[in-house]
Design a protein around this ligand. Sequence first.
Ligand code: ARG
Length: 575
Amino acid sequence: MRELLLSVRPILSSVMTNLGIKEEEWFDLLDSSTDSSFADIAMPCHSLSKKLKKSPMQIADEILEGVGEDLCDFCTLSSINGFLNFSANSKWLNECLQNHILDQRLGVSLDEQRTIVVDYSSPNVAKHMHVGHLRSTVIGDSLVRMLTYKGHNVVRENHIGDWGTPFGMLIEHLIDVNGNDTINNVDLAIFYRDAREKFDSNVDFADRSRERVVKMQSNDPDSIYYWQMLVDQSLVHFNEVYQMMGVLLNNNDIAGESKYESLLSEVVEKLEEAGLLHESQGAQVVFPEGWYNREGNPLPLIIRKADGGYNYATSDLACIIDRVQNVGATDFLYVVGAEQSQHFAMVFEVARKAGFMNKKITATHVPFGLVMGTDGKKLASRTGGAVHLKDLLMEAIERANSIIAEKNPSLSNDERNEIARMLGIGAIKYADLSTDRNNNYTFDWEKMLSFDGNTAPYLQYAHARICSIFSKANIDRKDVQRAIISVSDEREISLAKAILSFPEYLDKAIVSNSPHKLATQLHSLAQAFGTFYEFCPVISSETDIFESRLALCDLTARTLEQGLNLLGIEAPKKM
Ligand code: ARG
């Protein structure tokens, strides 16, 4: 839209001045219009009405008349219901496409570089990852990919829960069951459950556990030895899941609560210095401005509990100090479920008040809704417990495998397994990423694995289909990129507009931390391609049309592949 806007600007300028409308008034109006897209702008004349004492319809008509034929070279202009509509014509689109096809970045510009810490996934040690972590991991991974592509310095932060009170009982249980032996191959979820049961039923064990936390948090070597065993075992499980999911996270990104442990006393000192620390029922707390409980009393953010232990919020504050000082963070994104909104709002408020973050640094909680089962309830396993992520991923791949086997029996086993992996994992991720993250979404196998509709397989299939057009005709994609592109058919024009909109939608997705905005655009692109391919013959056309249409195919495939990649989804060449 920007490009079209800049082309329109000089011509519109004189007409507007004659009508008595200042540049900043109408240009902002065009720029901010939400009904606009890359090649179509809808300018609402309603807000000019009062000043000019004319109806929006009248204003739109007068502008239209003033412009006359001047825009015809690249744009058609019409006035409908007080809106002035600019629609780029094929000449303008052809020029854009010609630049676009030679651009490896498909028109995506680089932003001025910022250092963005993205906190995501962040599961808890000695517990299985659940679907909440699935959402955080999938959304976070996509945001990281998009921001990196825009040229930012992205710091991935897997803030695992590895330092809290449960470690007391876990370590004691570990000592009870096998002393110094390793705990390889132990199911940590069962281990956790057993420790919990003992903690709840055995007073002596509970006491030992409490003492153990204190020992561990004061870095007693014995306790740390067992603690490390639990952490290592958990990391094996997390990494297995990350690898299956094909996300970028690895061990270098682990920055759990324990990492900030040595900074916790500094947090207290700094809050004290800033005059923010208060004592409340033996605990040290801060009362962030604007937060009250139901009784109307100020709501505390607990920094240090009465027993001397530090809190979840304290690690988050320590992390902010560390990332600002040592990493040079300019922005923080926390991809964590909506239920932690209050926690983050309070932490940000305190961090600002205490001067841990200056005004230029942004901190944003990127919340998301729940994953629901097809029964309308929160997604649960058959036995009613939390769904294990690994099982979910494996089921997706298995299901995709049978679908592929049926659709394309000629594939070799290896080929089919590989495609099934891309499809199954892609389907789960896309189902998550294609809905507005603020909403709950329904986990529906049939729907997410369908080849129709707004699904990963639909987009992947469009991509694979184009790849097969090229391979069947034995044409090198690189050769096509030198073609003269000329769109004239309305289906070609729609496809061209969808291709050219990619950079704009990527920006929209980034600005609002909403991958679904990119997903939606990719889906429209695949649909536009479907219609184009149905009505505009490619292979059987005359040479120049053939080349131009092949170029559109190439651009579609490249955009789909790049777009899916930014969502963390692979695009097989064959399906
Ligand atoms: N481990 C936490 C949980 O599972 C999420 C941590 C989110 N990140 C943070 N910096 N607090 O709920």
